[in-house]
Ligand binder design. Structure first.
Ligand code: WTA
Length: 707
C-alpha cells in the first residue's frame, strides 16, 4: 500500500511503472493430493532445466504414439517459424481414440450433460467414440469431399458432435476451425472466408438458459457473408439436436444443406484409416481477436501441440486415466480444444461436457452435476467463479462432491475471489492451479505444479516446465523479480504448443509477437527471438508472476500507470461488491481519471454510501492518485460470450463516445440501461461531453480490447 502523492508530478518512465500489489500468503497443497500427484518428485525441475532445452520436451512427446519418430526436436532454421519434432509422423485422432481401445474400450471418453435437467446425460465410451469418429470421417471424405489439408469450419454448440467432428477431421489430416457457437452468423462467415473453407458443419439448435435457440439460421447468414467476401461454401452439414426433428425455422437449401442424421446410415460401421501426418502439419485453426480488423486464425500443429497439451494435462491438470475431469469451458475457445478434448483424451481419461449456462435452472446446477458424476477435477474461469459467488454463495455446501484439484484460466483472479473459490467451491480440500496462457500458446505457460509449488492467490505462479518467461521494459531491459515494477510479459524460448503462424498473415505473426524484442532479424538462434505476449506483469521475489492484464488495459493517471485489475481487485475488497470494472475518462488536468463500474451482490441496495466505500477501498489499497472520479453501481457489466468484461463499451459510455458494435455481447441489452443511468447522472453533476482528439478516441474505443 502506498499513496505516492509526492511523485505525482514526476513523469514515470515505462521502466518505472508503479505497482501497488500487496503480497499474498501461500497456501500449501493437501497431503492427500501430493500422495497421488503425477508430478510429485522435484527431480522433474531438473529434467526441464534450461540446459536441457529443447530435448526436455521429448518427455511430453513420449506421451504420444508416433508412427515414425522424429529426427530433429526443434528446427530453428526459419525464425520465428519454429518446427517441432521434425521427421516425426502421427495422427491426433488415433492418439485420442484408437490407442485407448485395447485397455479402455468400455470406459467413458466423454460424458455429455444436456442443459435441460430432465434430459438424460449421455456417456460415450471410447469404443462408441471410435465408431462415431470413423463414420463421420467417412462422411466428410466421401460425401463432402474433404481432403488432407482442407479447412473445415464448424459452428457448433457444446454437444458431443463437436469433438466427434474435430477428431474426424484430424483422422483425415484436414484442418478444423471451430467458431464459438455463440458468435453471430456474420462472425462465422468472416472466419469461413479467412480460412477459405468450403464445408460448414453446424447444428439446428441448442439449449441455452432454458430456451432451444435456432442456430441453423446463423449458417445462412454465415454463408451469405462468406460469399460477399468471395468464398463459396458447397456443403452445409447440419446435425440435429434431436435426430429426426428440425429445431430451426430456416429452410434447408437443396443441394447445399444436408441433415447429418440422414446421411450417416450410409456410412454405418465404415472405418477410415487414420492418415499419418507430419508432426508439423496443421491440426486446427483457432480464431482470436486483435485490437483491429481481421480476426487472427492461430494455426496449431499436430505433433508439437498434442505433445504439449498431453504433457501439461498430465502434470498441471494432474489428470489420471481414472479421473472424472470437468473443464467448464466452451470447446469454441482454445481452453476447450486443449483441455476438454485433446489433452484429456490423449491421456485416456473421462472428460465431462456441459451444454448450457452454469446457473440454469439454478446456481446449484454445477454442484449437482459434480456430485452425480463424481467429478474430481474442475476447471473454470474467474468470471464463472464470480458469477457463482454472486448468485449462489451457499450452494456448494449443499452438495456432496469433492474436488481434489481445481483450475482457473482466462483472466487474472482477484485474491478475494480466489479465496472464495478455495474455501467454498473447493471446500478447502482442493489444490488450485491458476493457469496463464493464450489462444496463441496452445497450452499453459505460467502456473504452479500442484504438488510441488505452493499456491498464491492472484498469481499464476512461475513459468511452467520448459518455459522461461521474462519481463522486459519498453527498452528491452529485463525487469527483475522483486523489483516491484511491471513490464511486458515475454517468453524467451519457443515451446511445442506455440502456434505456427497466423493463417494467411505471416508478416502480422512476426510483427505482433516477435518484432518488438527481436535482437537480430538474421539470427537463427532462438535466444534472439523472445515471444511478446502483450500482457503486463510483475514478478515477485519468489519468481511468481502476477498478470496485470493486456498491456493496453492500463490507465495513466497523472503519469501513474494503474492496472485495471488492481483497481478492480481493490473494489472487490468491499464485501458487498460482486464485480468491478475500471475504465479511463479523458481528464483535462490529470490526463486520465479512473471511473469504476461495480455490480453488487444480491440483496444489496445501491447507495451513495456503497460508492463511497469503493472509493475508500481504492484509496486504501492503491492511493489517492487512483481515487475514482465516479463509481457507478450497475445491475450487470457488459460481457463477451466468453465472459470477459467489455471495458471499451463502458469506457465509451463514460466518455460519451460511440460504443461500437455490441451485437456479439452475451448481454447487449445492458448497454442502454447503463448508458441511460450514467449519462443522466453525469449531466446532473455538470459533466459535459467534450470533443476528443483522434488519439483519445482511439484509446477509448479500443480500451481493454478483447474483441
Ligand atoms: C488473459 C485464454 C491472468 C491474458 C487461455 C491473456 C490471464 C489472455 C490468465 C488470453 C490467467 C489468460 N491470469 N490473465 N490465469 N489466463 N489470461 O487468448 O490477458 O482467450 O493474454 O486465452 O487472457 O486470452 P485467450
Amino acid at each position: 500500500m502506498e499513496t505516492d502523492e509526492e511523485s505525482q508530478d514526476t513523469p514515470v518512465s515505462e521502466a518505472q511503472i508503479a505497482v501497488h500489489w500487496r503480497e499474498e500468503e501461500y497456501y500449501q497443497p493437501p497431503a492427500k493430493f501430493i500422495a497421488q500427484a503425477n508430478a510429485g518428485d522435484p527431480s522433474i525441475f531438473e529434467r526441464f532445466r534450461e540446459e536441457r532445452f529443447p530435448e526436455c520436451f521429448k518427455e511430453y512427446a513420449d506421451l504420444l504414439s508416433w508412427d515414425a519418430y522424429w529426427h530433429t526436436t526443434l528446427d530453428t532454421s526459419n525464425p520465428p517459424f519454429w518446427k517441432w519434432f521434425v521427421g516425426g509422423r502421427l495422427n491426433a485422432s488415433f492418439n485420442c481414440v484408437d490407442r485407448h481401445l485395447a485397455a479402455s474400450s468400455n470406459k467413458a471418453a466423454l460424458i455429455w450433460v444436456p442443459e435441460p435437467e430432465e434430459e438424460e446425460t449421455r456417456a460415450i465410451t471410447y469404443q462408441e467414440l471410435y465408431k462415431r469418429v470413423n463414420e463421420f470421417a467417412a462422411l466428410l471424405r466421401d460425401f463432402a469431399g474433404v481432403k488432407i489439408g482442407d479447412r473445415v469450419t464448424f459452428h457448433l454448440p457444446m454437444v458431443p458432435e463437436l469433438p466427434v467432428a474435430m477428431l474426424a477431421c484430424a483422422r483425415l489430416g484436414a484442418i478444423h476451425s471451430q467458431v464459438f457457437g455463440g458468435f453471430s452468423g456474420a462472425a462465422c462467415g468472416e472466419r469461413i472466408a479467412d480460412a477459405d473453407s468450403h464445408v460448414l458443419v453446424t447444428m439446428d439448435g441448442f439449449y441455452r438458459n432454458g430456451e432451444l435457440l435456432d442456430h441453423k439460421v446463423k449458417a445462412d447468414e454465415a454463408i451469405a457473408r462468406a460469399h460477399d467476401l468471395g468464398c463459396e461454401v458447397d456443403k452445409v452439414l447440419v446435425w440435429r439436436r434431436r435426430p429426426g426433428q428440425y429445431a430451426s425455422k430456416s429452410p434447408m437449401v437443396e443441394g447445399r444443406d444436408f441433415f447429418v442424421d440422414e446421411l450417416l446410415p450410409d456410412y454405418r460401421d465404415k472405418l477410415v484409416e487414420p492418415v499419418s501426418m507430419p508432426a508439423e502439419a496443421p491440426l486446427f485453426l483457432m480464431y482470436t481477436s486483435g485490437t483491429t480488423g481481421r480476426p487472427k486464425g492461430c494455426e496449431h500443429s499436430t505433433g508439437g501441440y498434442l505433445a504439449y497439451v498431453a504433457g501439461t494435462s498430465k502434470y498441471y491438470q494432474d489428470i489420471h486415466p481414472e479421473d472424472t475431469y470437468w473443464c467448464f469451458a466452451d470447446i469454441g475457445w482454445i481452453t476447450g480444444h486443449s483441455y476438454i478434448v485433446y489433452g484429456p483424451l490423449a491421456l485416456g481419461t473421462t472428460s465431462v461436457m456441459y451444454e448450457g449456462v452454469p446457473t440454469y435452472p439454478d446456481p446449484g446446477r454445477p454442484w449437482r452435476i459434480a456430485q452425480r458424476l463424481g467429478v474430481d477435477i474442475f476447471h473454470t474461469s474467474p468470471t464463472t467463479v464470480r458469477m457463482l459467488r454472486k448468485v449462489g454463495p451457499d450452494e456448494p455446501a449443499k452438495y456432496d462432491y469433492h474436488f481434489k484439484h481445481m483450475t482457473t484460466v482466462g483472466e487474472p483472479i482477484e485474491p478475494e475471489v480466489w479465496r472464495w473459490y478455495h474455501e467454498v467451491i473447493g471446500k478447502g480440500e482442493a489444490v488450485i492451479v491458476d493457469t496463464w496462457w493464450q489462444t496463441e500458446n496452445g497450452g499453459f505457460l505460467g502456473s504452479t505444479l500442484p504438488a510441488l509449488q505452493a499456491m498464491k492467490p492472484g498469481s499464476c505462479g512461475p513459468g511452467v516446465l520448459g518455459i522461461y518467461p521474462v519481463i522486459y521494459d519498453e527498452n528491452g531491459d529485463e525487469v527483475l523479480a522483486g523489483s516491484g515494477r511491471a513490464g511486458n510479459m515475454c517468453i524467451r524460448n519457443p515451446w511445442p504448443g506455440i502456434f505456427q503462424t497466423i493463417w494467411g498473415q505471416p508478416e502480422k505473426f512476426v510483427d505482433t509477437y516477435y518484432a518488438k524484442y527481436c535482437r537480430d532479424r538474421q539470427s537463427k538462434d532462438w535466444r534472439d527471438w523472445p515471444y511478446f505476449a502483450g500482457d503486463g506483469a510483475v514478478q515477485a521475489a519468489d519468481g511468481y508472476f502476477r498478470i496485470l492484464g493486456r498491456v493496453d488495459d492500463v490507465i495513466n493517471v497523472a503519469g501513474h500507470r494503474l492496472g485495471t485489475k488492481e483497481l478492480e481487485s481493490a473494489s472487490l475488497m468491499v464485501d458487498e461488491v460482486a464485480e468491478a470494472a475500471a475504465v479511463p475518462v479523458i481528464d483535462d488536468i490529470r490526463g486520465r481519471a479512473v471511473e469504476m463500474y461495480v455490480s453488487l451482490k444480491p440483496g444489496v441496495q445501491a447507495s451513495e454510501e456503497m460508492s463511497a466505500k469503493v472509493s475508500r477501498a481504492i484509496d486504501t489499497e492503491i492511493g489517492k492518485i487512483a481515487r475514482p472520479k465516479n463509481v457507478w453501481i450497475v445491475p450487470d457489466l457488459p460481457k463477451t460470450r466468453s465472459g470477459k468484461i467489455m471495458r471499451r463499451v463502458i469506457a465509451g459510455i463514460s466518455n460519451f463516445t460511440d460504443v461500437g458494435d455490441t451485437s456479439t455481447l452475451a448481454n447487449p441489452e445492458i448497454v442502454d440501461v447503463i448508458r441511460h443511468h450514467v449519462q443522466k447522472e453525469k449531466a446532473a453533476r455538470g459533466e459535459v461531453p467534450r470533443e476528443l482528439s483522434r488519439e483519445e478516441l482511439e484509446e477509448i474505443q479500443s480500451f481493454g480490447s478483447v474483441e
